[in-house]
Design a protein around this ligand. Structure first.
Ligand code: NAD
Length: 457
């Protein structure tokens, strides 16, 4: 779409927002119900699109996309009245009878830019929060997952008044054009590099941004561990969606004393999950396109491969792969892998492992496996990341009750459930006083008033 077309849509949205319709909670509810109905009606189409774009098995499509959207809508429907209510907070006695409260108000017109690895979830879950909070939304799904992008646009078109919510399909060029417009809020999911470009475009209009980015999420395995369960959870957390998840385990740090045994089990589990030839498994996703297969092949080149290591760009396939002890300065340990390759490195001292992690950019997720409570607490308090799972992988993400997002290079801002509502709201500070009663403590002349102010403020 050209500049004028985009500008026209944004102007219509500004007018729609200006009419005040979206301030009405009943209106917002109705829109969420409509969205729910459309998504449910298209459940089968969603699975088909995901099969086409990513070869996504139905269970993964249900768990990672469809169910999450429905749950997010249902959760918002049952809580949004209380989220939207002004929140009473304390006020200093010195200002009596003033009362303070926080009145959430919508930002106005939001731009949501999604990405391709969970194309429905990463477009529609933020949309739920934006609608619950009363915003108009212009949504751009990722062009990389073409079938999903088309279906998302159709769902949006068939569900909403285009002056309220609209979708525009397209790639970087369209996104750049969109970013020239003045939005009231921008919610972006994608890479660090593009996140930077989005933030600098937003700076032009001083538009608040949420950046949901990626990075290298480490998984540390302690000596005191139940290997059977730990390896199962890690294998799933790595190879779900063929590793194309922002919260996938990026690399493993395993205690030296158990490393060989641990890797042996991981290898066995890969076969158990995906068979002797994972390229034939219906439970194993495809890589999204040729470019990413080639990128992943480059990352594997020259590494010590323990299992897997094969790739076929025509079939959009990269085998579940484990590599041993890559150099920290090799590309595979410098870039986010975002694919089914698992580097395994050994460590001896937990403090050293923590120092290594802390010397790298803040990860989106950090995973720790240990039966030792003291070490669990140590990891939580001595490392910093968007989220942590202890004896688990990934599960802090698909939930409405935890804030999801990164910090530093892995992102800015949180969403899901109530955090989505807050993220898409301006938290307006309101002080409400009276004209009938007005203490004169704060007014000149100040003589003899300071000691009382000291006590009451
Ligand atoms: P990307 O940054 O290339 O693309 C994401 C979106 O940005 C797409 O819609 C794309 O069209 C748009 N875009 C591309 N160029 C742009 C530009 N110059 N200006 C504005 N928009 C532009 O994303 P990717 O590399 O394909 O996605 C993978 C990355 O996303 C990984 O780093 C992954 O960790 C991250 N990710 C993060 C989350 C999260 O929730 N934190 C979720 C999924 C993926």
């Amino acid at each position: 779409m050209d500049r004028l077309g985009i500008h026209d849509i944004v102007m219509k949205m500004q007018a729609f927002y200006g009419s005040g319709v979206t301030k009405d909670l009943k209106f917002r509810r109705r829109q969420l119900e409509l969205l729910r109905r459309s998504v449910v009606e298209r459940e089968r189409d969603i699975y088909d699109a995901l099969r086409k774009d990513l070869g996504k098995p139905k269970l993964e499509a249900y768990l990672g996309e469809f169910a999450l959207i429905i749950r997010e809508i249902d959760y918002a429907l049952s809580h949004m009245d209380s989220w939207a209510r002004p929140r009473r907070v304390g006020a200093p006695l010195a200002f009596f009878p003033a009362r303070n409260f926080i009145a959430p108000e919508p930002y106005g017109v939001s731009l949501i830019i999604g990405t391709w690895n969970f194309p429905f979830q990463l477009s529609l879950v933020p949309l739920v929060g934006a609608i619950a909070a009363g915003n108009c939304v212009l949504l751009k799904p990722s062009e990389v997952a073409e079938a999903s992008s088309g279906l998302i646009s159709r769902i949006i078109r068939d569900t909403f008044d285009p002056a309220f919510v609209a979708a525009i399909e397209g790639g970087p060029e369209t996104a750049s054009r969109l970013l020239e417009e003045r939005f009231d809020h921008i919610f972006f999911t994608g890479s660090v590099a593009v996140g930077r470009a989005v933030m600098s475009a937003a700076a032009e209009h001083l538009t608040p941004v949420v950046l949901e980015l990626g990075g290298k999420s480490p998984c540390v395995v302690d000596l005191e561990v139940d290997m059977e369960t730990a390896t199962r959870k890690i294998t799933w957390g790595k190879f779900f969606n063929a590793g194309q998840s922002c919260v996938a385990v990026d690399y493993l740090l395993v205690h030296r004393d158990i490393k060989d045994k641990f890797v042996g089990r991981l290898t066995r589990l890969i076969k158990e999950f995906y068979g002797d030839d994972p390229s034939k498994s219906r439970d194993y996703c495809k890589i999204v396109n040729r470019r990413h297969v080639e990128r992943l092949s480059r990352l594997m080149a020259g590494q010590k491969i323990l299992i897997g290591g094969t790739a076929d760009a025509d079939a959009r396939y990269v085998a579940p792969t484990i590599i041993s002890e890559p150099a920290w300065d090799s590309p595979i340990m410098q870039e986010e892998i975002f694919g089914p390759i698992l580097p395994v490195l050994e460590y001896v001292d937990l403090d050293e492992a923590i120092s290594k992690i802390n010397s790298m950019p803040h990860p989106l997720a950090l995973y720790f496996f240990s039966l030792n409570r003291r070490k669990q607490m140590k990891i939580i308090s001595e490392t910093s990341s968007g989220g942590v799972c202890i004896n688990e992988t990934v599960l802090h993400q698909p939930t409405t009750t935890l804030p999801f997002g990164g910090r530093g290079d892995s992102g800015i801002g949180k969403y899901h459930g109530r955090w989505s509502f807050d993220t898409f709201s301006n938290m307006k500070a309101v002080t409400k006083s009276s004209l009938r009663l007005d203490l004169n403590l704060r007014y000149p002349p100040y003589r003899n008033k300071l000691s009382l102010i000291r006590r009451l403020f």
